[in-house]
Design a protein around this ligand. Structure first.
Ligand SMILES: [Zn+2]
Length: 160
């Protein structure tokens, strides 16, 4: 495991031999700065090629495996990669999901679902449903958690 190539081969072998793979994703995988707000950035952007290729490589490594991913990132990019969303948990939230900034409700909406970006219950501005929210609503990321999608509850977390 002294040089990079040996290390990669060791990882490939370990994953190949594993029955289940638990993947932890952190700051090294976040979308790169491109001068725009993180909500405007996407894995599809040319500026994100390195991150996109890393996700593609990881996806190919585990595509035939019983894998599960825990990410501390809130940029939502992993949901645009080729993973089963039911195998991803993002306990720190997702900037693309919106919550009431006053947390008057546990409802969470997908970006654009409330075009005014104002809480339909109390009129407060919506904010990103992430740990950075003053009143973070984490229920969506707990077992059985749901967001409202097109008026219907939708599970955010998978089960393994
Ligand atoms: Zn509200």
């Amino acid at each position: 495991m002294n040089d990079r190539n040996t290390s990669k081969e060791e990882i490939r072998k370990a994953i190949s031999a594993a029955e289940k793979v638990l993947i932890g994703i952190g700051g090294e995988w976040k979308l790169l700065e491109d001068g725009r707000d993180v909500r405007s950035r996407s894995l599809k952007d040319e500026a994100q090629r390195a991150v996109r290729e890393a996700y593609e490589c990881l996806s190919r490594l585990v595509e035939d495996k019983d894998y599960y991913i825990v990410t501390t990132l809130t940029d939502g990019a992993i949901y645009d990669a080729d993973f089963d969303p039911a195998r991803i948990v993002a306990p720190c939230g997702n900037i693309h999901w919106r919550q009431c900034s006053r947390a008057c409700t546990k409802d969470i909406w997908e970006e654009g679902e409330v075009p005014s970006d104002v809480c339909p219950h109390c009129g407060a501005p919506l904010t990103g449903n992430t740990l950075e929210a003053e009143t973070y609503i984490e229920e969506g990321y707990l077992p059985g958690g749901k967001i409202i999608s097109n008026g219907r509850p939708k599970r955010l977390t998978g089960s393994w």
